[in-house]
Design a binder for this molecule. Structure first.
Ligand SMILES: NC(=O)c1ccc[n+]([C@@H]2O[C@H](COP(=O)([O-])OP(=O)(O)OC[C@H]3O[C@@H](n4cnc5c(N)ncnc54)[C@H](O)[C@@H]3O)[C@@H](O)[C@H]2O)c1
Length: 321
């Protein structure tokens, strides 16, 4: 199994690369270390992959690399690279989102049309997002609901998802878009709530909880997302878009309670206003992924939060970052 993983230094991309390498596959990783969070965290994410002989790394931007050459002869492409983050996507920064989420995806799709790539490529799996739904009218949400993103980030993820569909239909590029619902676990991005909250708990500092805490999310543990990628890559049916959720919807107030029981202490919670672009609830109907490629999330929120807390304590806090 010869794979390209874009965004390979990030939270999900690096974890996926490790899993493929551990299973005996070959990984060609691409990442340009965009400065959304510190490079040293991304370098740490890459340490394990770098220890494998069948890992090669391109410290390059998808918008300038010769992608047809790099992807020549590969079986699978796992496209995880993006500028993440809902709240930072307003204003002038939006061009960062159009460059890294839309234009980079379109370049990758064009490369997939080239002879060198299309003859071997079995699937391009794209990391889409539940943010494409916006404030969904029905919960749990099925893929057929009309997407109505409420953040520029969601718009950029949806635009790339539409490009995946278009290139599938017009040029036969075999794509599958996985709409991830809030992914968490070891290597979690430092801007994400679980990372910030658990770190605050472990260091006895205060955390800011936006809105009234009754907003809820379908949280998905990283291992379930990795398995979904590997299984979706083998899917041969005609569906192009799949929800990938964790299996239950929990409010942020409930999350705080679970964290307090895991850490054995009260968290110092300060309240902040609702942030523009944040949706009130997300919930995934994952029947299509289950039917298509046997998707079935295995890790409970309690287990997953414990694993993230252990990683924060053993790795992040010990290294001082
Ligand atoms: N983490 C989540 O909860 C979540 C939820 C839904 C969707 N997603 C999607 O999953 C994917 C991975 O998210 P993550 O949380 O691991 O983010 P991340 O920021 O940790 O990783 C993304 C990586 O992509 C790289 N990158 C960005 N633009 C690039 C470019 N033009 N060329 C090369 N590399 C580039 C970045 O440097 C970064 O290392 C993203 O596409 C994101 O939109 C994540």
């Amino acid at each position: 199994m010869r794979c390209v993983v874009t965004g390979v230094a990030g939270f999900i991309g690096s974890s996926l690369a490790d899993k493929i390498l551990q299973n005996g596959g070959e990984v060609i990783g691409i990442d340009c270390f965009i400065d959304y969070y510190p490079k040293e965290m991304k370098e740490r994410n890459l340490e394990k992959a770098r220890s494998f002989d069948n890992f090669t790394f391109h410290d390059s931007d998808l918008n300038s690399l010769d992608l047809a050459e790099v992807c020549a002869g590969v079986d699978y492409i796992f496209h995880q690279a993006a500028q993440a983050g809902v709240r930072a996507s307003w204003g002038e920064q939006f061009s960062i989102y159009t460059d890294n989420n839309i234009l980079a995806s379109q370049r990758l799709l064009e490369a997939c049309r080239s002879e060198q790539v299309k003859n071997s490529l079995k699937k391009l799996v794209y990391a889409s997002s539940s943010s494409v739904y916006g404030n969904a009218q029905t919960l749990p949400t099925t893929e057929d609901l009309r997407p109505q993103p409420v953040s520029p980030y969601g718009v950029s993820k949806l635009a790339a998802e539409h490009l995946m569909g278009l290139y599938s239909q017009e040029f036969g590029v075999p794509t599958a878009s996985l709409r991830y619902f809030t992914v968490y676990g070891p290597r979690h991005r430092p801007d994400m709530a679980f990372h910030r909250f658990l770190k605050a708990g472990l260091t006895d500092t205060s955390l800011t909880l936006f809105d009234d805490g009754e907003q809820s999310r379908d949280f998905t543990f990283i291992d379930d997302v990795l398995q979904a990628n590997l299984d979706a890559a083998k899917y041969e049916g005609s569906e192009l878009v799949f929800n990938i959720g964790g299996g239950s919807r929990v409010s942020m107030n409930q999350v705080i309670e679970i964290m307090e029981s895991i850490l054995g202490k009260s968290l110092k919670v300060e309240r902040g206003p609702r942030q523009k672009g944040d949706v009130k609830h997300t919930g995934a109907d994952t029947s299509r992924a289950k039917q298509g490629f046997g998707y079935s999330p295995k890790v409970s929120l309690e287990e997953g939060l414990k694993a993230e807390a252990d990683w924060l304590e053993q790795v992040v806090l010990k290294s001082g970052s």
